[in-house]
Design a binder for this molecule. Sequence first.
Ligand code: ADP
Ligand code: ADP
Ligand code: MG
Length: 455
Amino acid sequence: MKIRKLLVANRGEIAVRIIRAARELGLKTVQVHSAADVESLAVRMADEAVNIGPPHAARSYLNIDAILNAARETGADAVHPGYGFLAENAGFADAVTAAGLVFIGPSGDAIRTMGDKVAARVAAKKAGVPCVPGSEGRIDDPDEARRVAAQIGFPVMIKAAAGGGGRGIRIAHSMEEFETLMPQASAEAKAAFGDGGLYVEKVIERARHIEVQILADGRNAIHCFERECSLQRRRQKVWEEAPSAILPEKVRQELCASAVALAASTNYRGAGTLEYLYDDQSQSFYFIEMNTRIQVEHPVTEMITGIDLVREMISVCAGEPLRFSQSDVTRRGHSIEVRINAEDPAKNFMPAPGTVESLKVPGGPGTRFDTMLYAGYQVPPFYDSLLGKLIVWDETREGAITRMARALAELDVQGLATTKSLHQILATDPQVLASDVHTRWLEPWLEKNAHRLTQ
Ligand code: ADP
Ligand code: ADP
Ligand code: MG
């Protein structure tokens, strides 16, 4: 491997995950951090740490100059961006490369093509992958926007080209609503992503969210099967599985082949995920976007394939060829991940930062807890509420759900509210057990079950 010291340009559980992979590869690690993260687990674990600025992410985790200075000062020769922050910023990928460092992700150009949702739709159509019916490109002109919306038919989805994390999305049920929501969506996207560009799509009702993990070395691309993430709140995933319990094998093969074709069409390098909506009545799938980075829910794929995705992405980005061919990638059993967030389910998921007074972590067979937590840790209020991910594996989906319930009962975080109780109830819900859900199933369920949710 041509790299020796890896700088981690992220925080939280994913920073810890990256440090673990780096260590197994024999790499030294540099953890950059804000003033709010001096006591973070990643800072404690890394070989070196550099304070790059104040708590506000714009002045630390999003500060490209400060990150590159830290790399220079410590002699790091590669940068891993994790997810969120600068992970899908093409300018950052270019700046890292221009500084003579290895970016653990695709090239800036590949991010420009596949990380921008509008450009990715164009690439998908070119590669023959079905997309959700919608606008051809960005819609800047209000007249054009009205024309496209009328043509698609209401309800329509207004989406930010640069969007992510479920933000920058609106649903309009009528032309009147559409006219009010367009400027709001554009302003929100401009504020959140620095880019107010919008496009519109048909709303796929009762869709399931199914995504394909790929790995590529710039020459070859392979898939590592799919994940299903249909349990969502505010378009954010809360519970993820691999494989999907309802996908027919023939559709699985088509879906995975389409993802590989699309990745290969951009000479992609690294780990990536192609997200689709799936209509199980008609067995049709529609490409929605590509995430040109490691995803939060990557562990469920690791559990069923035995592949360490973070290690592989570092290796291919350092210039090594893929160590697997498609036929080497096999899957076994079923894996489920739930997101443990610092949010209070009894108070409409209000963010609940605080100090971890005590912590008991689940263990035993088929059980993994990827977390930034330790007893005494003060969860800062400035960032994402994700504290950790509880991941289980078993031979069958039923077994995995039983194991999840067992592991959740072992998890004990004192001092702050978490989303554990939500997952405990979901793990006993008949519709979840039957996988009879879709992306807009959880929100009405939450309203009905609000009284059962506790801190
Ligand atoms: P995944 O797609 O891996 O399931 P999420 O959608 O939960 O991940 O996003 C992971 C983190 O990255 C969240 O903090 C989210 O807000 C952030 N994020 C995702 N996409 C973007 C983006 N385009 N710009 C800024 N932040 C993003
Ligand atoms: P983000 O970048 O925020 O992850 P996505 O395009 O991946 O945005 O969409 C996030 C979620 O919003 C999807 O998982 C799905 O639940 C919902 N969604 C997105 N597009 C559509 C659509 N056209 N019809 C119905 N639901 C959609
Ligand atoms: Mg998405």
